[in-house]
Every structure is written in C-alpha cells, then in structure tokens.
Design a protein around this ligand. Structure first.
Ligand code: FE
Ligand code: FE
Ligand code: ZN
Length: 290
C-alpha cells in the first residue's frame, strides 16, 4: 500500500504553489494541503502562473500527484446562516472565487467547513448550506467540495454522518461532493477512533465509503465528545498513536492523509514544524518523542 501523506503547508509566501511544494518536500511528504490565502480574511493575491508551472515541474519530478493535493477554503465562509442575505451571498461568491483559484492552480478538491447555524435551526442551516453549494456549482465547473466532519463546537453543522448525509442528499451535482474526515473532530464529536471500523461500516451504509476523499490526521487535546476542536501532535493526545495508525493503515481507504497539528514549542524561539517527524513516525509505525 502506497501511503499518501503530507501536512498543511504555506502558500502565501513569495513563491506561492512552488513554495508549498518545496515545503512539502522538506517534510518528505508526497502530498500537501494549502489555503490559497489568509484563513481569516478575503484578501487574495493574484495567482502567478510562472510559479504554478515551476511547482508542477517539481511535483512531477518528485511523484506528487496533483489529484492528491488539497485546498482548504477559509474559515470565515459560513453558508449555514442566511439571516443577513448580503453576507450569505458574499460568502457564496467568495467560495465560487476560491473554486476558480483551485482551477487556475490545477487542483480539484477543496475542503469546506459546512458552517455554523448560529441564530437559525439546524434544519434551516442544512438547507442554507445545500442552496449555497448548489449556487456555487452553477457558477463553476469540475472542482469538488469536500465537506469536513466537524467537532460540533458551538453550533457547527456537519458533526455526524447523518448531518453530512442530509447535506449531500440535497446537492444537485452528486459527483462534485465528497467528505473530508478529521480524526480530532470525529473524536471531539463523540466518535471512538479505536472503533474506526464500526464508523466506516456506518458511513458506508449511509453515504458510501467512496465519498471519503481526504482525511485530516490529528490527535486531540480533549476527550471523546468534548466538542472542543483542539488538535494535538500525533500520539500526544487522547486518541493515541495506535488508534491513528489504525485509521491510516485501514485497507478500505486509500486517500490523502493531511496532518494539521501544532508546531512544537509554539511561541518560543525554538518553535519548529513537526511534520517531517510525524510523517516519518506514521511511515515507520514508530512513535517519535520530540
Ligand atoms: Fe478544517
Ligand atoms: Fe481539519
Ligand atoms: Zn480542527
């Protein structure tokens, strides 16, 4: 089994996608995930095709398949609440623009947080998400949205198989919708990762395993069902190294695994990215003590 594994890397440096590929290679990754701009704002740099071209040359040389490279939509997009119609419309158009950016980068999958219901009911929220995605699909082509399985922090929607199924069932272009699991979010939503096979069975019956297109591989700082969403380094949280290995080496899934864990020694002079070591530990099935 050829493991497809990487981490989130930065895009908004001076070399854009080329910089992302270089960073991924420095971690010995064979895939990666990017945000095409700030996660919290809507300002976006113009995509430089020269960098994209050089990035693809480097990916080709290092056997990185662009079909495994994932984009993540910014967190500020919330399609779940429509109390402010102008804002909702703005988010829809901004998401459509993000899909166009994926296209100009030659990438075909974008992870989206379904959104937070805030002041409306969950039923309304689900309808708003469906309408938003259908609107975005009408304005764009080819790019697939992967709904992320959420921890259920606050009023987050998409925190169970059933809720994700409700959204997927409303999407007109079923070929363009998929799911991105996140082990930390699943744990925090109430799922026991040590019983990952049971989860997959249920997912397969209700949605279909083929809809899982990406997995965010994170440990969690909090207990099962805490609804917190705080990521821990691989093997340093409540899920644990062996349970995360169980997810990665499950023979029913051959999808990109993306690590989104915090830097080691954050906010100090000795801060560093753990991804090279975490990827190595997953590949060798051997826990690394930092
Ligand atoms: Fe996410
Ligand atoms: Fe995630
Ligand atoms: Zn998270």
């Amino acid at each position: 089994m050829n493991l497809i594994i990487g981490s989130h890397v930065s895009f908004n440096n001076k070399e854009q996608l080329l910089g992302s590929v270089k960073e991924a290679l420095s971690y010995n990754a064979n895939t990666f995930m990017i945000y095409t701009g700030s996660t919290q704002s809507t300002s976006r740099s113009t995509i430089n095709d020269e960098f994209t071209y050089e990035a693809y040359k480097l990916m080709l040389k290092n056997n990185i398949d662009s079909n495994n490279v994932i984009v993540h939509a910014p967190y500020i997009i919330n399609l779940a609440n429509r109390k402010d119609e102008d804002k909702y419309k703005f988010y829809c158009d901004f998401l459509a623009n993000e899909l166009d950016r994926c296209k100009s980068l030659g990438l075909n999958k974008i992870v989206l947080h379904p959104g937070s219901a805030t002041t409306c009911s969950r039923e309304e929220a689900i309808k708003n998400i469906i309408d938003g995605i259908n609107y975005v699909y009408n304005k764009t082509t080819n790019i697939m949205i992967l709904l992320e399985f959420m921890a259920g922090k606050g009023t987050e929607v998409g925190t169970s198989i059933d809720e994700l199924k409700c959204i997927i069932d409303g999407i007109d272009d079923v070929n363009r919708i998929g799911v991105c699991l996140d082990t930390c979010h699943m744990n925090d939503s109430g799922i026991d990762i040590s019983k990952f096979d049971d989860f997959l069975n249920e997912f397969d019956i209700k949605i279909g395993i083929s809809k899982i297109k990406c997995i965010h591989l994170n440990d969690s700082l909090n207990n099962i069902g805490s609804h917190k969403d705080r990521h821990a380094n691989i093997g340093y949280g409540t899920i644990g190294f062996d349970n995360l290995l169980r997810v990665v080496y499950n023979d029913r899934l051959n999808v990109p695994f993306i690590i989104e864990t915090p830097y080691i020694n954050r906010n100090t002079n000795e801060s560093f990215a753990p991804y090279k070591y975490e990827i190595e530990s997953i590949r060798n099935k051997e826990f690394i003590d930092f």
